[in-house]
Every structure is written in structure tokens, then in C-alpha cells.
Ligand binder design. Structure first.
Ligand SMILES: *[C@@H]1O[C@H](CO)[C@@H](O)[C@H](O)[C@H]1NC(C)=O
Ligand SMILES: *[C@@H]1O[C@H](CO)[C@@H](O)[C@H](O)[C@H]1NC(C)=O
Ligand SMILES: *[C@@H]1O[C@H](CO)[C@@H](O)[C@H](O)[C@H]1NC(C)=O
Ligand SMILES: *[C@@H]1O[C@H](CO)[C@@H](O)[C@H](O)[C@H]1NC(C)=O
Ligand SMILES: CC(=O)N[C@H]1CO[C@H](CO)[C@@H](O)[C@@H]1O
Length: 281
């Protein structure tokens, strides 16, 4: 009897020491006027899953298209935050790929989601990170620009208002392992396109004045959200690809997105030896 118990104890100890490489799952956040079930987004999520070998989930907020337009971003983030907390599969942490306006939700998840699972890598495609300037010929741009103008959302996300700066947002953003900022060279929705790199016009800039690079903005020099800290640590990739708004060619997806979704960490984990599921800690 004593011997049997001893045998069990050894087996458990052995299982507890199994080394596994952890393939983090990822979450995909679509842009405005889109939904997870449309072909573009379901195909994209599947492509990333197939090529990275990591499980991917397109995270839908509300009813998709309509809510992507009209639901306040703060509310979209609250919903996304609750969803990721309820997904057991994300419990050990996850990576994010976001497209266009989905980046405003993505950054909200990273910065505002209390007690949410940790985000490791964040790949941002055509994100309006520094805002948009309205352009008369493009409805979508005009509407998003107007929306951001009228909302307190982006200033909060960027820790822009001195009296309302929150170090927690910065700490969370700074804890990213990799931040990949993809700008599209012919983007006519994100104007200026450098906004995808956190670049923007100088306040009160004259027409035709060149766009400031990220590192010439106050957000960067005063490190409101930790972008400078991340850059100094070599954790930010500024990527420029050919193509119109959020139109990324497959070879570029393979080069700039997929690697950040691959398993890059390994750890000692307790596995249930029958189901191969990780045991609760
Ligand atoms: C989009 O722009 C076109 C042309 O300027 C205009 O006719 C149309 O009403 C606009 N639609 C919206 C939703 O603003
Ligand atoms: C900053 O944000 C954190 C996390 O959401 C929150 O708990 C805290 O109360 C905020 N601090 C201030 C001063 O608003
Ligand atoms: C600022 O950013 C620009 C454009 O990305 C880059 O060429 C330049 O080297 C950077 N300057 C510094 C001081 O890091
Ligand atoms: C990733 O997974 C592959 C296949 O399972 C494995 O061969 C490789 O060693 C893993 N890489 C890391 C960095 O964990
Ligand atoms: C971001 C990162 O470090 N990605 C690496 C993950 O691992 C693969 C191969 O195992 C590399 O190719 C990626 O560069």
C-alpha cells in the first residue's frame, strides 16, 4: 500500500516537470463596417491560423457591422475585455492582430482591461493611432475623424490630457513583448498614413507642412504611453508596405504578421496526461 502511493507520487512529479512550448493563441479585431463572418475577415483569421500554427479567434463585438460604426469605442472595449476574460483558452496570455479601427479596440484591451489576460505581441495593421485628419473625398475617413474629434476616446487612449494621465495604461502598453506597426504606402483612409506609426501633423500645422514622425511628437518625447520606452528596448517594428488601406499582400503577411503569432516561449507546465490539457495552477 505504501509502495503504491509512492509510485503515484513519482508519476505526478514526473508529469509536473514536462517541458512544453506554449503556442499562444491570438485574437483578430476587424475594422469598421466589417464583421467576423465576412469573407475577408474569416479568410484572414484562417490564413493566420494555418500559417502560424496558433489558434486564432476573430473577436466580434455586438452585432458586427452596425455596432462597429455606432457603438461607442469605450463600450466596445468593455465588451471585448469581458469576452477575453471569459475565454479560458486565452488564460495564459495571447497575441493581437488588429485591422484599421480594430486597433482602437485593441489598444483599449491592452491599456484598459482590468484583470484581463496578458497581451504579448500586438500587430497593428493600418491603425489610426494618432488620429485622422478629415478629407472631403472620403466618407469613411471623414466619419471616423469626426467621431474621434467628438469623443474623448483617443486622448484617453494616448494619455494625452495631463490631468487625466494614468500610469497604469502606460505600464500595460509598455509590457508588450513586440509591437508591430504596419503603415500602408497608398492608404487613403488613414490620413495621414503615418498615423499608423503614431506620426501626425503638428498642432495647428499649415497645409502642406510635413507630417511629424512619431519621435517628433509629444506623445513620444514625453512618453505618454511608453512608446519611446518600447522603441528604446528594441520592441517596436515600424513596417511600411505597398498597398491601399489595410490591403496586405500574402508575402507581407507571412513576413510581418505570422512570425509574431508563432510559439516563441516555452515553460514548464503541468499537463493532464490523458487530455494533454494544462492543469490549473
Ligand atoms: C459619401 O460621399 C458621397 C459623395 O460625396 C455623398 O453623395 C454621400 O452622401 C456620402 N455618404 C455618406 C454616408 O456620407
Ligand atoms: C488608472 O487606471 C486603473 C486601471 O483601470 C484604475 O484602477 C485607476 O483607478 C486609474 N487611476 C486613476 C487616477 O484614474
Ligand atoms: C525618428 O524617426 C525617423 C523616422 O522613423 C527616423 O528616421 C529617425 O532616425 C528617428 N530619430 C531618432 C532620433 O530616433
Ligand atoms: C515551436 O513549435 C515547433 C513545432 O511544434 C517546435 O519544433 C519549435 O521548437 C517551437 N519553437 C519554440 C521557439 O518554442
Ligand atoms: C517575434 C518573434 O520573436 N518571432 C519569432 C518566433 O519564432 C519563429 C521561429 O520559431 C521566428 O521565425 C520568429 O521570428
Amino acid at each position: 500500500m505504501g509502495k503504491k502511493r509512492f509510485g503515484v507520487a513519482v508519476a505526478v512529479a514526473f508529469l509536473a516537470l514536462i517541458h512544453v512550448s506554449v503556442s499562444l493563441p491570438f485574437v483578430m479585431l476587424h475594422g469598421i463596417s466589417a464583421e467576423c463572418s465576412d469573407e475577408t475577415n474569416s479568410d484572414f483569421t484562417r490564413f493566420l491560423t494555418d500559417h502560424s500554427g496558433s489558434q486564432g479567434f476573430c473577436l466580434e463585438i455586438g452585432n458586427g457591422i452596425i455596432d462597429s460604426w455606432f457603438m461607442p469605442l469605450t463600450k466596445q472595449v468593455d465588451i471585448a475585455c469581458e469576452k477575453v476574460k471569459q475565454m479560458d483558452v486565452l488564460h495564459e496570455g495571447y497575441n493581437i492582430v488588429a485591422r484599421s479601427q480594430g486597433n482602437l479596440v485593441a489598444r483599449g484591451l491592452i491599456e484598459f482591461c482590468d484583470d484581463g489576460p496578458k497581451v504579448y505581441n500586438y500587430v497593428s495593421l493600418a491603425g489610426p493611432h494618432a488620429g485622422l485628419s478629415s478629407v472631403p473625398f472620403c466618407n469613411v475617413t471623414g466619419d471616423i475623424a469626426e467621431y474621434l474629434e467628438g469623443s474623448k476616446y483617443l486622448p484617453k487612449l494616448n494619455n494625452e490630457i495631463p490631468s487625466q494621465r494614468n500610469a497604469t495604461y502606460k505600464d500595460r502598453f509598455t509590457s508588450l513583448q513586440n509591437l508591430v506597426l504596419v503603415m500602408f504606402q497608398d492608404d487613403n483612409v488613414i490620413v495621414p498614413k503615418e498615423s499608423s506609426w503614431f506620426g501626425f501633423y503638428r498642432d495647428g500645422a499649415a497645409e502642406n507642412e510635413p507630417v511629424l514622425s512619431a519621435n517628433q511628437t509629444q506623445l513620444y518625447t514625453e512618453d505618454w504611453i511608453g512608446l519611446k520606452t518600447l522603441v528604446d528596448a528594441g520592441k517596436v517594428k515600424f513596417v511600411s508596405v505597398p498597398g491601399g488601406h489595410d490591403e496586405m499582400a500574402d508575402p507581407d503577411v507571412m513576413k510581418y504578421v505570422v512570425p509574431y503569432l508563432q510559439n516563441n516561449s516555452s515553460s514548464v507546465q503541468k499537463l493532464n496526461y490523458k487530455t494533454k490539457e494544462p492543469l490549473p495552477h
